[in-house]
Design a protein around this ligand. Sequence first.
Ligand code: CDP
Length: 215
Amino acid sequence: MSKLPVIAIDGPAASGKGTIARRIATALGFAHLDTGTLYRVVGLSVLRKGGDPADSGAANTAVESLDLSLLEDPALRAHSTGVAASKVAAISSVREALLSFQQDFAAHPPGGKGAVLDGRDIGTVICPAATVKLFVTATPEVRAHRRFLELTTHGTSITEAEVLADIRARDARDSERAIAPLKQARDAHLLDTTHLDIEAAAVRALDIVLAVLRT
Ligand code: CDP
């Protein structure tokens, strides 16, 4: 059987990669995995037990008994959960424990047509042989503004300056960690969404993917 197409989409927080990944998956009829939700489940699970997400013991316990019911928990998208996720994500044993789940999804996607995975290390570590790789980015200020609007719409009380400080801290943690840091794969197409709204960004991304799939 020939290999199914895999679309790898990486980028920092609030770059638009999640929405772009969903749009591409819908347009192509491919299955989509938002890999950030896995790290969020681990982070939230540690927080719920009163643990420190940077503590490898607490994070390992959470990843060993992965509570997938948390995928439906509204707190999964909370700001504090994103921060906790980026702390557990820097622990190598956590990343190793989640590796095969992600690679199995890419190799055997539900629906059997193809897979779209979005995250930080899809094109570099999880699926280095992906059919198409996109690296979606935007300036920290623009991303902070988007995330601020998203959070305040959902009732979170936070200032834009606080969101920007957290985005910068998270970027640094994600890019500077020793294992699977956030970085553009050499063969990834760069999509800078700083001056694009999400509609324009999704159209641009789908154009890139279709052009590669047609070759
Ligand atoms: O939506 P947002 O970009 O804020 O976060 P997310 O994609 O849900 O990811 C939350 C955190 O998980 C990130 O800050 C990363 O530290 C981590 N993550 C990762 O290390 N590798 C991935 N493939 C996906 C997420």
